[in-house]
Design a protein around this ligand. Structure first.
Ligand SMILES: [Mn+2]
Length: 418
């Protein structure tokens, strides 16, 4: 028996952080699904198995549901089995799986709506669909009973959706699944979905393939760009000869895009440029297929920051999607502060007030002063009174707020001094 196991397509995902480019990301996912169905055809697999979350939710646009349905229709030679996951649960009459067109799929498409065993290649597929967003119950619990009643020597495959119950790594109500659920149920392979990173458990019998198309930036590591190479963007091509045999898994890279995050500290324009150049040329491969996020950090002088931003914007043109996440905080040296106090006392005062307000808001001071006042003699009460006058809420002053105000002040300062 050979089949391709995928999960977590999340078709229709909003990607709201990307604005108008989000639609392109949604289109790519459907194209990836087509490519994966083509791969199923080439490999002449017995089945294409989707272990939950084909759709982002039960409210995705109707045109997308129809488009997806007709895509499966084009591959009548690829038997497809689709499990409802926690994003698109079998929750009631309005859910995707119980309304047209998926309520009446063509013969080669099976919606796994029941806890039961379905004929699957020359063996069996035991399914446990998800019927609600959250549950503390292990969805694989009843599989053992169903497996016991099966006839023949064909492989026994299970499919469900939830969190492998790793201590402290899952929420108790996020459909926890025992880490040896396959063995416990007498399954040769348990196909899971839910986590977007590839994971294998239970001696290679319980598999989470990860999302077929990456949907998040990896957290940065020291020393360079982070690309989602082999841990994201995949499917499992599974081969099992008969019941009791170990599965052989070949990982297939399905992703059309890679998501890369670069983090650069802007101390000085020339070295920042060199760093970025190096990262862009060595770390990202095919620009046209890369979703790039550049995080800028550090405390550069305003002109350095603007220089680098301008250069960067030009440089990022060729990327499929690129975004600059400017987290720099302009700052002044001691000498510069002194000079500022002499030459622009007003701006110097505003900057130091801003430091005091930020310290108060972020709780870094406040109780230090004799009467709960911060460095500039400002207390949280004072701040509240000032904000109330202006109909503002100081709780809305986040990092981005202070960054922007400082940037504006520094720009102002630069114009005054030039
Ligand atoms: Mn899920």
């Amino acid at each position: 028996m050979r089949f391709i196991h995928t999960a977590d397509w999340q078709l229709g995902a909003r990607f709201s952080q990307f604005g108008e480019k989000a639609e392109e990301l949604r289109k790519i996912r459907l194209a990836t699904l087509r490519r994966t169905l083509e791969r199923c055809r080439c490999e002449s697999v017995d089945a294409f198995l989707i272990a939950g979350d084909l759709f982002e939710d039960n409210q995705v646009e109707e045109t997308l549901v129809l488009e997806t349905f007709s895509l499966f229709g084009e591959f009548a030679d690829v038997p497809a089995f689709i499990l409802p996951g926690n994003h698109d649960p079998l929750s009631g009459p309005g859910c995707i799986w119980l309304r047209a067109p998926f309520s009446e799929p063509p013969p080669h498409v099976t919606i796994l709506r029941e806890n039961r065993a379905y004929p699957f290649g020359d063996g069996w597929l035991v399914s446990a669909p998800i019927i609600q967003k959250k549950s503390t119950r292990d969805p694989s619990l009843r599989m053992g009973e169903l497996v016991k009643g099966l006839e023949g020597t064909g492989p026994r495959i299970g499919v469900t959706h939830g969190s492998p119950a790793i201590e402290s790594k899952h929420q108790p109500d996020d459909h926890p699944i025992h880490l040896e659920a396959a063995t416990r149920a007498g399954l040769d392979y348990l196909a899971l979905g839910h986590w977007h990173r590839r994971q294998v458990f239970d001696g290679g019998r319980m598999v989470m393939p990860g999302t077929p198309e990456p949907d998040a930036f990896n957290s940065p590591q020291a020393g360079g760009p982070v690309a989602n190479s082999d841990e994201k963007g995949g499917a499992a091509l599974v081969e099992i000869s008969s019941a009791g045999e170990s599965p052989r898994i070949q990982w297939i890279n399905t992703a059309m895009l890679q998501w890369v995050r670069l983090e650069v500290s802007l101390l000085e324009a020339e070295s920042a440029r060199a760093d970025l150049d190096e990262l862009l040329s060595t770390g990202t491969g095919d620009f046209g297929k890369t979703v790039l996020r550049v995080v800028l950090r550090g405390t550069p002088a305003n002109d350095v920051r603007e220089d680098v931003l301008e250069w960067l914007r030009e440089r990022l043109g060729g990327f499929f999607i690129s975004m600059i996440d400017d987290r720099t905080a302009p700052s002044l040296s001691c000498a510069e502060r002194e000079a500022l106090r002499r030459e622009s006392p007003l701006i110097a005062r505003v900057l130091s007030d801003l430091d005091a307000v930020e310290a108060l808001v972020s709780g870094r001071s406040g109780s230090d002063g004799p009467d709960g006042s911060g460095a500039a003699g400002l207390s949280l009460k004072d701040l509240e009174a000032i904000c109330a006058e202006r109909k503002q809420d100081w709780r809305e002053f986040d990092d981005a707020y202070f960054r922007t105000v400082r940037q504006v002040l520094h720009r102002e300062l630069r114009e005054v001094s030039s």
